[in-house]
Design a protein around this ligand. Structure first.
Ligand code: SF4
Length: 341
């Protein structure tokens, strides 16, 4: 029987209550209860990370699948997540993993315990590790121990998050200070707080603040935006989103993705090609690297030099057809490209 892992970044309050400072919900949790993510429990005034070590969904896959197009293109990652999530998105593609802790009591117990050492062994043939499928914030202690184990075993691997970006200030500071995270692909879902509340039961501001924070740090970031008909697909909304990112840094890669009806949003149609083409056009007017994914939009997955327009990387879905970059500079005009080789 594995020992329960005490949570990080929490405070002990009066009457055995605790306050979790891991994500921007800052849950105050009574003795015997759990936080919103239902992965952290207060047992007798001590807070525990219940899903620690309960990794599942393993697969070695191209980093382009996450999608990361500008971080180590062509590399392979070992992907995995643990049950639970701090968000409750109505359209979650991994709801059977992310929402399991909210729907089934002690859902994490149904997943075999995997020690960080075993994760490192499982990733032997990968170039790095992707903490994904569910929000890595809620298994932050596990992430840290997996990286510690790589350091101990002198493995030169990288570590990336696929994340909703809802960190607390404390977590953001720790991520930047500890330098264990190499890159994060953050989902900037809406520019409207109302939609964040309606679709994810969360809010916009912390996501923006964390993108701004990471953009100034050594953590490489890419953004995605799922274009959902009737929620964020108008010209005005797309313009507002891309201008907002431009105000942070126009070099941040942005991926517009096609929405498919799923989970509790079965009644919303999938995104038409024309909408993605419009998003790509508006995005490329404001930002240097914009893509359209989950779709076959001509040239929508290729990287071009923002200076001279030369095609640098040609892609089809997860496959790289051609890559002329051997260093992060355009071979034609010498312009520096925001990309980690
Ligand atoms: S991680 Fe977030 S949702 Fe979960 S207990 Fe902590 S503050 Fe609450």
């Amino acid at each position: 029987m594995e020992k329960l892992k005490e949570a990080t970044l929490y405070e002990k309050l009066e009457n055995k209550r605790v306050k979790c400072n891991l994500c921007s919900f800052h849950c105050t949790v009574e003795e015997g209860r759990m936080g919103i993510c239902k992965t952290r429990a207060n047992k007798n005034g001590v807070f525990y990370a219940l899903s620690y070590g309960r990794a599942y969904g393993y697969s070695i896959e191209p980093i382009e699948k996450k999608p990361f197009y500008h971080y180590k293109p062509g590399s392979k990652v070992l992907s995995f997540g643990t049950p639970g999530c701090n968000f409750s998105c109505l359209n979650c593609q991994n709801y059977f993993m992310s929402q399991s802790t909210k729907e089934i009591e002690n859902a994490y117990r149904e997943v075999k315990f995997t020690a960080p050492k075993e994760i490192v062994t499982a990733g032997e043939n990968a170039d790095g590790f992707a903490y994904t499928y569910t929000e890595p914030t809620i298994f932050y202690e596990y992430f840290k121990d997996c990286v510690e184990e790589q350091i101990k075993e002198k493995k030169e691997k990288f570590n990336v998050w696929v994340s909703n970006g809802y960190y607390s200030k404390q977590l953001l500071n720790e991520i930047m200070k500890e330098k264990k995270l190499d890159a994060a692909r953050i989902d900037l879902k809406f520019v409207s707080n109302e939609n964040y509340a309606k679709v994810c039961k969360a809010s916009l501001k912390p996501v923006i603040e964390n993108i701004k924070g990471l953009a100034k740090s050594k953590v490489f970031i890419e953004l995605i935006n799922l274009v959902i008909p009737g929620f964020n697909d108008t010209e005005e909304q797309i313009t507002e989103l891309t201008e907002l990112i431009k105000g942070i840094d126009k070099k941040i890669p942005l991926h517009f993705l096609r929405f498919y009806p799923y989970y509790k949003m079965q009644g919303v149609p999938s995104t038409p090609d024309e909408t993605l083409e419009k998003a790509l056009k508006i995005g490329r007017e404001n930002l240097e690297y914009v893509y359209a994914g989950n779709a076959s939009i001509k040239g929508g997955e290729d990287t071009h030099c923002p200076e001279c327009g030369k095609t640098l990387i040609k892609r089809r879905g997860m496959d790289i057809i051609e890559n002329v970059l051997t260093e992060p500079f355009c071979p034609k005009c010498g312009r520096e490209i925001n990309l980690i080789i």
